[in-house]
Each structure stands twice: as C-alpha cells, then as structure tokens.
Design a protein around this ligand. Sequence first.
Ligand code: COA
Length: 157
Amino acid sequence: MMDLELLSKNFDAADPVLNQLAEIEKICFGKDAWSRNMLLSSIRQPATRIWTVKDIQTSKILAYGVLYLAGDEGDIANIAVLPSYRRMGAGSLLLDTMLQQAKSERACSVYLEVRQSNTPAIHLYLSRGFEEAGKRKNYYKNPREDALLMVKTVLPL
Ligand SMILES: CC(C)(COP(=O)(O)OP(=O)(O)OC[C@H]1O[C@@H](n2cnc3c(N)ncnc32)[C@H](O)[C@@H]1OP(=O)(O)O)[C@@H](O)C(=O)NCCC(=O)NCCS
C-alpha cells in the first residue's frame, strides 16, 4: 500500500526526508541528480509542489514528483520511482495527483521535458494524455541528449 503526502513549505533542512529524496535522485538520475541543497531550495520556492509516495509498511519514501506552477501553466519538473517499486502504479499516482493539483490551482496546460530515449516515462506520459509539442536540442547533459517537450491541456476546476 502507498501513501501520498504533499511536502510543506516549512520543511526543516534537518528532516530525514531530504536525505531520502537525494538518495532517490542519485539512484534514478546518477550524475544528473539534484543535490540535497537543490532539493531544499526547490521545496522552499513558492511555485513548487513536491509530492512523496511512501511504502506504508516500511514508512520509506519510494517515489516523488515535483510540479512548478506559474500563471496558468504547470511544469512537471521530475518524477522518480525507486527501481524496486516500478511498474506498481506509483508513477501514475504521482502524475495524476500533480495534474489534479495543477487544475485546482488554475493551470490550463501542463508541460514537461523528457529524454527522448526514456521509453518508460514517455509511455507513462502518453498514457495520461500528454502530446509531443516539440524538441529541445541538447537539453540534457550526462549524457548529452535532446528533450521531447510534451504538453497536456487541463481544464481548471
Ligand atoms: C518513468 C517512471 C517514473 C514510471 O514509474 P512507474 O511507477 O514504474 O510507473 P507506473 O507503474 O505507474 O506505470 C504507468 C504506465 O507507464 C508505462 N510504463 C512504465 N514503465 C514502463 C516501461 N518500463 N516500459 C514501457 N512502459 C512503461 C506503462 O504504460 C505503464 O502502464 P502499465 O503498467 O499498465 O503498462 C519510472 O520508470 C522512473 O522513475 N524512471 C526513472 C526516473 C525517470 O526517468 N523519470 C522521468 C523523468 S522525465
């Protein structure tokens, strides 16, 4: 069973959740991973919403997602699920939750960038109605790769 939680803006830098998120980053993104400090400053940005998914039995965070909101646009900056928990619905749970949040905070469209070789993520986004909206040349480093820009129109609640 999984438990969803929205991190608070008053998040304490000493909170052990921060180390867990940094660990998930390292495992999922290697050299491209966000550091502990990058995560902390992101959490504190007024425009950022960070959702975590916990394994209820172990209380361990198994996945998290980052949404930015600006005006009537949302941007899904990150979704990461620990390898041993993949294909169990955590990625879709996060994506659905962030789309719902974007709607409830008046977004009309939600964007994201994804490595063009990242088949699992692209399938996930297509399954939720995202469409290709363009390419960003050499968007990623480590290794260098183009990004697909994807967008989904949402109707505000
Ligand atoms: C992409 C990622 C977030 C998916 O998370 P997940 O929890 O495994 O996803 P779900 O179990 O909710 O899967 C939902 C759908 O996504 C697609 N999908 C997920 N993994 C897939 C894979 N390996 N191959 C093909 N499609 C896949 C399927 O359509 C799947 O539905 P199905 O299981 O009914 O077939 C996860 O693989 C991950 O963390 N990858 C590393 C980090 C990353 O690349 N993040 C995205 C950055 S833009």
